[in-house]
Design a protein around this ligand. Structure first.
Ligand SMILES: C[S@@+](CC[C@H](N)C(=O)[O-])C[C@H]1O[C@@H](n2cnc3c(N)ncnc32)[C@H](O)[C@@H]1O
Length: 346
């Protein structure tokens, strides 16, 4: 279930530009139309945004990214698009506010390509990768709690639950214990220190992922509140897409895909809405129609050419006329992913 973020997209030692994943499938799913209004919540290297603007004459697009370096890197594309592309450093969890702020509502399409870019992974100083030694950071926006803060300050039970719930690391408790013992001597400061510590506990499989893959994924999700962001973005998209507008989401691990799948199943009337603990609610009008029933996966050729694409899944739905629903706080829990807490698991 782990994502494929921490692998090279191409050969060579220079940091590669991000190769957009499932690009043709994203365009087919979004079906951009001339003069339409689009929002790309994960601008990254601008691969999706550029392609959308290229295929849809006179369309305009608002690109968001929480990483200031992604926004700065898009300056040339903004200039080349001559007024059709606007970029804003913001989280996609606040895409409704951003769309309002830039007078883009109602939108004809929202696209999200969740996760990290190759540029982020391949810069040791960002601290996302166990392949390089760098500070244990992992903050996409460069603000807030870093991975080092969590690793050096969280209680043992919370650490174990983060590794277990966000990384599905079976040795979560042993890793948490080892972190506590190590940090008694000195704080864990670098990716290599953490990767070596985990490798001493978690056995890697020959030819398989690095033993620290799941722990690194878990910390990245926790540092950036990635699942909470996704839930907020789905609700926000429901609020700002106009009838016929398309929501296209590409995910890279099962925790995210489960949230998207659950949200769309519920909003399209395929499963009853509301929490299973809440009293039965009257059937509500669907707010989305599924354009594809299941998830779209990359072709064999794309997976061969770009290993990062291997775990990608695309889901697409079209907004119907029904008014947006109130956001349910429990969607992460509904998708079967408990919020990590310091309490011991039974
Ligand atoms: C996989 S890359 C997107 C690549 C892009 N589709 C392209 O073609 O170049 C994901 C990007 O989303 C950004 N990101 C991740 N979480 C975010 C969030 N909650 N809000 C805004 N941007 C986010 C990351 O900083 C990263 O630049």
């Amino acid at each position: 279930m782990t994502d494929q973020g921490d692998r090279r997209d191409g050969a060579g030692d220079e940091a590669p530009r991000h190769v957009p994943v499932l690009l043709a499938e994203v365009l087919a799913a979004l079906a951009p139309k001339p003069g339409g209004r689009y929002l790309d919540g994960t601008f990254g290297a601008g691969g999706y945004s550029k392609a959308i603007l290229d295929v849809a004459p006179d369309a305009i697009l608002l690109g968001l990214d929480r990483d200031p370096s992604a926004i700065a890197g898009g300056a040339d594309l903004v200039a080349a698009m001559a007024g059709r592309l606007t970029l804003s450093q913001a989280r996609f969890g606040e895409l409704a506010e951003e769309a309002e702020r830039f007078r883009m509502v109602p939108l004809d399409g929202v696209v999200l390509d969740i996760g990290v870019s190759s540029m982020q992974i391949d810069q040791p100083e960002r601290g996302f990768s166990f392949r390089f030694d760098g500070p244990l950071d992992m903050r996409m926006s460069g603000e807030g709690q870093s991975a080092a803060d969590i690793v050096n300050e969280a209680e043992e039970g919370l650490l174990a639950n983060i590794f277990y719930h966000y990384g599905e690391e079976r040795r979560s408790r042993a890793v948490a214990r080892a972190v506590i013992e190590a940090r008694r001597k000195a704080p864990l400061a670098t990716t290599k220190q953490l990767a070596d510590l985990v490798a001493g506990i978690v056995r890697g499989e020959p030819g398989g992922a690095h033993p620290a893959t799941r722990v690194f994924q878990a910390l990245r999700i926790a540092v950036n509140d990635e699942l909470g962001e996704l839930v907020r973005a789905l609700h926000a998209a429901e609020a700002v897409l106009g009838p016929g507008g398309r929501l296209v989401v590409v995910t890279f691990h099962s925790l995210e895909d489960r949230i998207v799948k659950q949200f769309l199943a519920e909003r399209s009337g395929r499963v009853p809405s509301g929490s299973r603990h809440a009293p039965a609610v009257a059937a509500r009008q669907p707010t989305f129609r599924l354009v594809e029933r299941g998830a779209v996966a990359p072709s064999e050729a794309e997976m061969r050419a770009n290993p990062r694409a291997r775990s990608a899944k695309l889901r697409v739905a079209e907004r119907l006329d029904a008014p947006p629903r109130r956001a349910e706080a429990g969607l992460v829990a509904l998708a079967g992913i408990p919020e990590p807490s310091p309490r011991r698991r039974s």
